[in-house]
Design a binder for this molecule. Sequence first.
Ligand code: ZN
Length: 266
Amino acid sequence: MDEKEARKLIVEIGKLMYDKGYVTSSDGNISYRLGENLILATPTQVSKGRMSEDIMALTDLDGKPLNDKRVSSEIQMHLLIYRMRPDVNAVCHAHVPYGTAFAAAGLAIDAPILSEVILTLGCVPLTAYGTPSTPELTDALKPYVEHHNALLMENHGVVAYGKDLWQAFDRLETLEHTAKIAILAKSLGGANDLPKDAIEKLINIREKAGYLTEDARCQSCGYLEDADIKCSLDAPPVNNGNSNAGKISLTREELIELLAQAANIG
Ligand SMILES: [Zn+2]
């Protein structure tokens, strides 16, 4: 997609986000990776419902401004995702009411209650609170960016990302819709979880159909463990002389810790 089309689409998606109540005032931001080191992003302090194509900011992957428009300080969240996920070309951040209610209540969106969500989005983890626009926030996101496509930020909001602008928006929309259904089901006495074998079938379908890759088996998500879905990340070879040389096993917590350390070193 060229820059002209990307500007047009960001305006369209901003209006959708505003009209659907995903953002109010000047909340939220949208960005798109135009080139290897070139990001197009919504500027600071602008309603996403009233944007025009000529107001967008350009930065490099370190956040250095490349035109005369001031980008939102929340761009660091987007840049972290672009640096860690070469497959991601678009990011949407919003304070969606139902999703943010989960984030404010200290809850992840990770119950296996909707087949479509297991197929297309996977689990949405809750990341620890970090002051917006500071490294506290990006440090809290780091352990989760690699294997998830949307994150809840405690007491703040949500971020969703994908290969293009529509996929990022669709994931944001799926997250919010799921949160809304979960809250409504709770008011009716609580949602029923899908059984373990149904979850396993859905995971196999989503990989065959290409909705999510095997990487998503490594998400921080209780039902994957319950359903016996294993994360098989390639481990560095360890020559310990037994038949399992080259394989190590980690608990999910150990894996997250390791990813966090790796991200900090990088
Ligand atoms: Zn925010």
